[in-house]
Every structure is written in C-alpha cells, then in structure tokens.
Design a protein around this ligand. Structure first.
Ligand code: GAL
Length: 334
C-alpha cells in the first residue's frame, strides 16, 4: 500500500515537472559584460514557474537565426530575444507571426516598422537618450556646473576637450549616447570639442587598444573620456593607468583626487566592477542601466503572455501596447 502511495506521489511529481513551460532566452553575446550579468538577473527573477533555457548567439545573427528557427518550428509559445542585429529582425517577426509564437525583445531595440508587423511582440529596454543626458549632467558637475568651466579645463580655453568611446555602430544606445551627450552639454551652454571618437564595440579590451591610440594622438589635450558603457571605460582606465594618467603614488589601490594624478572617465551601465572603481576613485561616474528592473519586467510580462492574460495588468507602464521603458539613474561618489 505504502509503495503504491509512493509511486502515486512520484507520478504526480513527474506530471507537475512535465507541465513546466520551457522558455528560450536568446542572448546576443555572452562575452558582453553587461549582458552576462543581465542574463543572471533574468534567471534569478524567473523563479520556478518556467524552465528558462539560455542560448548564446556568439555575436552571430546566423547562429541565432538557426536557434530561433528551431524553437519556432517546435512551436514554443514564447521566445525572449536579445537580437544580434537589431536591424534585421524582420524575418524573425514574420516567422513568429505565422506560428503564433510570442516574442519579448530586450536591450537591442528592433525598428518600429518591424515591431508593428505583429501584435504579440514586445520590447523591454531603456531610453538611450536619457542615459546620455544623465551622463552629460555628471560632466557638468565635474566642471562645476558652470559653462565657464573650472580647474578641469586644463588648458583654460573655456572648451571641454573630450574623446568618446563608442559602442557598436548602429546600436541604438551607441548612436544616441554619442550624439545626445554632446547635444545636452551644448544646449546647456558648454563648449565641447570632440577630439576623436574611438569605436570599441562595448568591449573592454577593444577600448583599451582604442584608448592607447587616442592617447598617442591627443595625449595631454584630453580633458575628459566619455564612454558609451562601463566595460569600455574600464578598458580606457587600464590604458590611461599604463601611460601615467592615473598615478596611485602611495600604492593603496585608490586614487586620492586631491593629491594623486587622475583624469575624469565617465561610463554607463553601473556594473559591479565599475562601482568598485568609482569607490576607489578611478572611474569618475556612471549611469545605472537598470537590468534588475528590466529583468523583473521581462519575467512579469512572460508570465502574463504564457498564461494568456491581459498585458495591461502588468505592474510596469506599457507604452503603445508593446514597449516597457525602465529609467536610468546617476551614480557618482561626489
Ligand atoms: C547596452 C549596454 C552595453 C552593451 C549593450 C549590448 O545597453 O550599455 O554595455 O551591453 O547594451 O546590447
């Protein structure tokens, strides 16, 4: 009798297991520091209701398309997709529409005309222009909130000489951040001279090499390094440290801004490792790109979609029935 009871219990358990819906989570490239952390946050927020299967696109749209085709052919109800090439998701949306597969895109925003092709397609992200405006505020604070500038205008010409480290060309964040940070400063009355823009694909090592080149060309003329993200800012700091632009004289692992040599570098994302560098005085400031809140929005939306519930019940504001925008926040230790 006891054996039958146990068998029944195991049977019920197995039955419950079988009912768990599997949701593929496609990340454009797990080598990307911010996305690596973002993936963990989505997994953490998901809880036990679904099985979330992470797939690494390895920065190849061809690889990602093959994965997506398989999931769609197997009639998975929902895909969560961080596309490799945000400009070419048209065919993915068309296929999903035919099979009735719902899609939540995040972090790499598809074109509005592609989003309009299908009702059951959503985007969770942050407004890149907002991050640039906040980054510009950090730079204004550095220069004393005064368009006439302060001692950080090293050559005293009343103009901010900047270099910009730009992320991947065509990425909505890289394009908007690069443009809007300068526009915001100009609109507030600051004169800015962009000495150069180094393209470093959001990547630390690429940025270190790019910064080596920027230093070789512009050296002491650089007054501030504006980076589209933290990973590149940290690469720049490595390069600048190697070349004597940060000097930790007393070797305590920190930069004392009142007595040691340093140069302002600002990032975006708020990675843990960047926060440590703000604490230790190497990174001047960053803008928090709130992946925790985005992860929670994605999971909440996934729950509603899988259960066929109304998306207007979402605990986050949904714009135009499809978009969930999460705000950025400023971080400095001033
Ligand atoms: C941005 C982020 C970058 C990079 C990129 C990937 O939002 O700031 O660090 O991760 O997304 O799409």
């Amino acid at each position: 009798m006891r054996k039958i009871g146990l068998l029944l219990f195991a049977f019920v358990l197995l039955g419950c297991e079988a009912k768990k819906v599997e949701i593929p989570l496609l990340i454009y490239d797990m080598q990307d520091a911010y996305m690596f952390d973002f993936e963990e946050k989505i997994q953490g927020a998901m809880g036990d209701d679904f099985v979330l299967t992470t797939v690494d696109g390895q920065n190849s749209q061809i690889i990602q398309n093959e994965d997506i085709d398989n999931w769609i052919n197997e009639k998975f109800p929902l895909l969560i997709v961080n596309p490799v090439d945000r400009l070419s998701v048209y065919s993915i949306i068309e296929k999903a529409k035919k099979s009735g597969t719902k899609i939540i895109f995040f972090n790499r925003e598809p074109l509005a005309q592609d989003m309009a092709l299908y009702d059951s397609v959503y985007y969770v992200g942050a407004d890149a222009a907002e991050s640039a405006r906040i980054q510009a505020q950090i730079i204004m604070e550095l220069f004393g909130n005064n368009p006439q500038l302060n001692e950080f205008d090293k050559n005293g010409d009343g103009i901010i000489q900047a270099v910009i480290l730009k992320g991947e060309q065509g990425h909505q964040d890289a394009e908007a951040r690069t443009k809007v940070v300068v526009e915001t400063l100009s609109e507030a009355g600051y004169k800015v001279e962009v000495l150069d823009i180094g393209i470093a694909n959001f990547d630390r090592q690429t940025a270190k090499i790019a910064m080596d080149g920027l230093i070789a060309t512009h050296g002491k003329n650089i007054e501030v390094v504006i980076s589209n993200n933290d990973a590149m800012a940290l690469g720049a700091i490595e390069s600048l440290s190697d070349k004597g632009y940060f000097v930790d004289t007393n070797k305590d692992g920190k930069i004392d801004r009142t007595s040691e040599v340093w140069i302002p570098v600002v990032g975006i994302d708020g990675l843990d490792i960047a926060m440590e560098q703000i604490e230790s005085g190497f990174l001047y400031g960053t803008v928090f790109n709130d992946s925790q809140n985005m992860a929670e929005a994605i999971v909440e939306l996934a729950n509603l979609l899988i259960n066929g519930e109304d998306v207007s019940d979402l605990g986050f504001t949904i714009t135009n029935g499809k978009y969930i925008w999460i705000s950025y926040k400023k971080i400095t230790n001033q």
